[in-house]
Design a protein around this ligand. Structure first.
Ligand code: F6P
Length: 482
């Protein structure tokens, strides 16, 4: 395994809670590195391959310290988290306080002072590690809600750096955000960055409102004016930069003969003549999996669909399994799937194929190719890259994307069938519209969707964020005090 040099400083540093690979044990108990879950990794991997630099993050296991290493052509610097950090910083404050709060309190956020202390401690550690490896005047790009204090700490440690922050998840309306006991500290932490990116204009607007209400700072369109002690203002840019995927890479994968053969095999195993519906999500309460199952089960109950002519494949990859809300969700989903299959399945036909696994990209591409209908019914989602992956894969221009209007992707993918997943009747009707959609209509919609995803790919996203950061030295000049 190649080892990146630690005696040199780096001009570009990316920081996220997780590294793109997790340390796991294979079937024989031998440790190996495996791609970690989530949209952040899908998006940032190609960016890091193209731009170089180092990626700093947690290797996914407690208390283990690893030297820097190179994996898949990317230089990685692991940051150690203790078992206590994982419990309080990761599972606690990040995923049981901020995550539900930022996803419109679909689940109740828990507020615990000891989690907050842990969050500050771990953010300090990430910032100090980055400060130690960044070259003079380097660019540091900090990612996501786990690390909102890092920009401010980093700025105080290394004022020479240009700092970007990108929030991959939604930013909530002020009425919700203001619940957070440490709301001012969080806003102040993020404001340490020069450029702050959000998925949707609405997220950027919510953030700016919180800045005005909590800090009393003036905002001028996308710019925030932070008063300095000498009477001048530091300018900060806060706007939307909708994230995307490596569209060409996905299409290339889908065109591979082995992937197409696998897609044909999946179709054949599920039943050639059936309408194959697909859901692909981390097993998370924000994804609307229960709503999807409810709609499907009612369609079966009403006889509008039958197990002889339709099946639902639900990939639910394991996620945050030690957080209580996630444990309860898993039980609920598995109970529902069991009931549904018990009530409607036959020896020959299964209603729901439930798969509690993560799969490699090749298998995902084959599943996308095999699916007639892709169901993205998130109750709230920063972007949802699965929707874009489905579109990028369908070079045959077939298939129908059903997309929640509460996923960021709905701002761009207007030719999908947009749904409000809370409206079960509406969702059922939309599923039936997809089932009966003519091939020419599928092609018309898919052509538009594919154009959008091909043009607005992840390279364009990172270019636009990084060039906003590049242009920043000009913005960093203090603004006049008028
Ligand atoms: O953007 C959503 C996100 O939380 C990422 O920050 C993260 O890498 C991914 O989902 C998966 O979550 P986790 O790291 O908690 O498994």
């Amino acid at each position: 395994m190649a080892v990146p040099r630690t005696d040199v400083l780096h001009d570009f540093v990316c920081i996220s809670n997780r590294l793109p690979v997790d340390r796991v044990l294979d079937a024989d108990g031998v440790p190996e590195w495996r791609t970690s879950p989530g949209g952040l990794v899908t998006a940032m991997e190609p960016v890091m391959r193209e731009n170089g630099g180092v990626w700093l993050g947690w290797p996914g296991v407690p208390d283990e310290t690893f030297d820097p290493f190179t994996e898949g052509g990317i230089d990685l610097v692991p940051v150690t988290l203790s078992a206590q950090d994982i419990e309080e910083f990761y599972e606690g404050f990040s995923n049981d306080t901020i995550w539900p709060l930022y996803h419109d309190v679909i689940a109740s956020p828990a507020y615990h002072r000891e989690w907050w202390i842990s969050y500050q401690r771990v953010n300090q550690r990430f910032a100090e590690t980055a400060a130690a490896i960044a070259a003079p005047e380097a660019t540091v790009w900090v990612h996501d809600y786990q690390l909102q204090l890092v920009p401010r700490i980093l700025r105080s440690l290394r004022p020479d750096l240009t700092i970007g922050f990108f929030n991959h998840i939604p930013f909530p309306a002020y009425g919700l955000f203001s619940q957070l006991p440490w709301r001012k500290q969080i806003i102040n932490g993020v404001l340490g960055a020069d450029v702050i990116g959000f998925q949707r204009p609405a997220d950027a607007g919510n953030f700016q409102r919180s800045v005005r209400r909590l800090m009393g700072y003036e905002t001028k369109s996308a710019r925030i004016m932070e008063p300095q002690s000498d009477g001048t203002f530091r300018q900060i840019l806060a706007k939307s930069f909708p994230i995307s995927i490596d569209s060409a890479g996905f299409e290339e994968l889908a065109r591979r003969p082995d992937v197409q053969a696998r897609a044909a095999e999946i179709r054949q195993q599920l039943g050639e003549h059936k309408t194959i519906m697909l859901g692909v999500d981390r097993l998370d309460y924000t994804k609307g999996i229960r709503h999807r199952l409810k709609a499907f089960s009612e369609l079966l109950c009403e006889g509008r669909l039958t197990v002889e002519n339709a099946t639902l494949v639900q990939v639910a990859s394991p996620s945050r399994e030690r957080v209580e809300t996630y444990r309860l969700l898993r039980d609920e989903i598995e109970l529902t799937v069991g009931r549904l299959n018990g009530d409607y399945g036959t020896i020959a036909d299964t209603a729901v194929h439930y798969l509690h696994h993560g799969y490699p990209r090749e298998e995902m591409a084959a599943l996308y190719l095999a699916a007639d209908i892709m169901l993205v019914t998130a109750l709230r989602d920063g972007m949802n890259l699965v929707a874009k992956e489905y579109v990028a894969t369908r070079f045959d221009r077939r298939g129908v994307l059903i997309l929640s209007e509460f996923a960021g992707a709905s701002d761009e993918l207007k030719q999908a069938l947009l749904v409000n997943p809370h409206d079960i009747e509406g969702l059922k009707d939309t599923v039936m519209q997809a089932v009966t959609m003519s091939v020419s209509e599928q092609e018309r919609r898919m052509r538009y969707l594919r154009k959008r995803v091909a043009l607005h790919d992840v390279a364009r996203w990172s270019r636009s964020f990084l060039s906003a950061l590049d242009e920043f030295p000009a913005l960093r000049q203090p603004a006049p005090t008028d």
